[in-house]
Design a protein around this ligand. Structure first.
Ligand code: CDP
Ligand code: CDP
Length: 222
């Protein structure tokens, strides 16, 4: 039905969305939208301009002025490479807080829709299949146990040179999951018709194969 196909991958923190989505996008030569990065960029921008995380109007202003440029694996804000800065846990936690504000979410809708370009888009986040791209031809919901996810995030952070400890990570992750799942607007939940994939005991390759298999099946029946 839709000229430009969209595949959505939603799920909780560190379920593997970004890693799997990028690999699938590369395999299909699709564009890639890391929607979480937009919330992180808004948070980073707010933190660096000392905007209070309770000041909804000011945060909307920050979100609507956001003009990030994505280049390969890097993201730039006003000429600065902020790829690493947006990955800090502090920024992730702030992102999750401001993401609960409806007007902030609204301010980022247009920017997200613009990523849909030929030959196709792979979009990952929390509400890609439920709110932003409800007509996606394939919707995937990734999960993994909290322990598996905390361990993955730990390895990622250490690998990037941040300090981290499992106890705090598990606590943050549970708090963030609860906030994402319980907010009134665009809560984290599987979209109608989404394929569920528990990656706790899967390698990245296996998860990628599964998504590509589903896509092959839906594009054949279209
Ligand atoms: O890497 P992680 O999965 O922890 O987070 P992320 O995908 O980078 O997103 C950061 C935060 O933005 C999440 O905790 C969500 O609260 C929020 N987010 C959202 O509300 N909706 C999206 N589509 C993407 C992210
Ligand atoms: O985007 P999201 O926060 O959901 O997760 P991510 O940033 O892709 O991080 C997931 C981490 O777990 C990456 O370092 C992956 O290499 C690793 N991993 C995975 O994504 N999927 C598996 N099945 C196993 C490990």
């Amino acid at each position: 039905i839709d000229a430009i196909p969209v595949i959505t991958i939603d799920g909780p923190t560190a379920s593997g969305k970004g890693t799997v989505a990028q690999r699938v996008a590369t395999a299909l030569h699709f564009h890639y939208l890391d929607s979480g990065a937009l919330y992180r960029l808004t948070a980073l921008s707010a933190l660096s301009h000392k905007v209070s995380l309770d000041d909804e109007a000011a945060l909307v202003e920050v979100a609507s002025r956001l003009k990030p440029t994505f280049q390969a694996d890097d993201v730039f804000l006003n000429g600065d490479n902020v790829s690493l800065a947006i990955r800090a846990e502090e920024v992730g936690n702030a992102a999750s807080k401001i993401a609960a504000l409806p007007a902030v979410r609204q301010a980022l809708v247009e920017l997200q829709l613009r990523f849909r370009e030929a030959p196709g888009l792979l979009a990952d986040g929390r509400d890609m299949g439920t709110v932003i791209f409800p007509n996606a031809c394939l919707k995937v919901f990734l999960t993994a146990s909290a322990e598996a996810r905390a361990e993955r995030r730990y390895k990622q952070l250490i690998g990037k040179g941040f300090s981290a400890n499992m106890h705090d990570l598990l606590k943050d992750l549970n708090e963030r999951d609860a906030r994402d799942a319980n907010r009134a607007v665009a809560p984290l939940k599987p979209a109608e018709g989404a394929y569920l994939l528990d990656t706790s005991n899967l390698t990245v390759d296996q998860a990628v194969e599964q998504v590509l298999g589903w896509y092959a099946a839906v594009s054949q029946s279209a």
